[in-house]
Design a protein around this ligand. Structure first.
Ligand SMILES: [Zn+2]
Length: 268
């Protein structure tokens, strides 16, 4: 179910596309099983966040989408569009689609692929904003994931792609913040004076707020990912900033706090 939170004059809606089981050894190959003791085994969440601010409707990431079944995608039909409707929005009302990064589980609803027809934007009135470093990296990659080929690369030819850099103002109050490491162009989106901060894949599980050195399987540059994670989480600790992690249990919203001398996750 879509979860809506007001942040000042803005609204954030967590949209769930689906989930699949977290295979700890596979996702965190360097972490021994006993290090997970006491952690629950909840599945990985997939989806996106809608931000309504400055009179604009912004969708941050579009999930796995409807075109990939197991083992690549979700175990059941993807639900992001239903959640969008449930939250009271049509695809035509989305003004901007922005991406934290170009991994296949973040681009899946970008385009409509009807058999025998050319792909067309799922959000017909939107511009699609992609961090430049990710666009260049994934465009030039030799082995591309089907979701990147089908859901990301056609954006350029369709004329709806815009490349953005660190500091780009998506709207006057929503700003791109480079958080590199998980991918070359991995980007967070900060609302206002960091009243809220969408952090993408800065962490994949709440335990990583404490264990910031745990590299995730898909961290492009693990050393940089760890450094970015540590610095960003330290800045956010006990500040009251509402943060969003797309892979944490739905809705993935909460606060970074210090509790009993350790950094921890306080779900919203
Ligand atoms: Zn992801």
């Amino acid at each position: 179910m879509a979860v809506r939170v007001s942040v000042g004059a803005a609204e954030i809606v967590a949209l769930r596309d689906g989930e699949h089981p977290l295979d700890r050894a596979w996702h965190f190959p360097g972490v021994p099983a006993q290090a997970w003791e006491g952690q629950d085994g909840r599945p990985l969440n997939f989806g996106g966040y809608l931000v309504e601010t400055d009179g604009k409707v912004v969708l941050v990431d579009t999930g796995w989408g409807p075109y990939l079944g197991p083992p690549g995608g979700l175990a059941r039909p993807a639900a992001l569009l239903e959640e969008l409707a449930e939250a009271g929005y049509t695809p035509a009302e989305v003004d901007l689609v922005v991406f934290t990064h170009l991994h296949p589980d973040h681009v899946g609803w970008n385009l409509v692929l009807d058999p025998g027809q050319d792909p067309r934007p799922r959000f017909p009135n939107a511009r699609y904003l992609v961090p430049r470093a990710d666009w260049e990296h994934y465009r030039d990659l030799e082995h591309k994931h089907p979701n990147i080929v089908q859901q990301a690369l056609p954006l350029e030819e369709l004329g709806v792609l815009r490349l953005i850099e660190d500091g780009h103002r998506v709207t006057p109050s929503l700003r791109a913040v480079a958080l590199p490491g998980h991918t070359p162009g991995h980007t967070g989106y900060a609302l206002g004076d960091r009243e809220a901060f969408l952090l993408g894949d800065l962490a994949h599980h709440p335990v990583v707020l404490r264990e910031t050195g745990w590299a995730q399987r898909f961290d492009f540059d693990p050393e940089q990912a760890v450094a970015t994670r540590e610095r960003t989480l330290a800045e956010l600790e006990d500040t009251g900033t509402l943060v969003a992690f797309g892979h944490f249990p739905h809705p993935g919203l909460g606060h970074v706090i210090r509790k009993e001398g350790r950094r921890a996750w306080l779900p919203w």
